[in-house]
Design a protein around this ligand. Sequence first.
Ligand code: MN
Length: 130
Amino acid sequence: MSKGRVLLVEDNLDNRELVRFLLERYQYEVITAQSGREGLELARKEKPDLILMDLSLPEMDGWTVAGTLKQDAVTADIPLFALTAHTLPGDRKRAFDSGFDGYLSKPINVTTFEAVIHDAIHKRSDMKKE
Ligand code: MN
């Protein structure tokens, strides 16, 4: 049984396939998008349990998609994590200000990956109980 459905928005093929591989290895169901616009459409349509999104994306960048998702009642509660090599303090602040709930640094740390994904999804479950 799937542990949850994750929407992965990443335009880089190698990164996308690595993250997909890790998620599937830990029994998550993966939906992928290759542009910000496609990610936004799939988030609205599929209402995944978690969204992992790159920041530099074609058509619509990750910061813009994040702001749009968080302003829409349909998608605002979906945990949204940035998948990014932009990890300077200013980058983090900009990501949180745009609406991201957290982030995963690239290159992906495979030893902590599963725990980060698990916590990201279960924070949402906790909030839903309130
Ligand atoms: Mn990119």
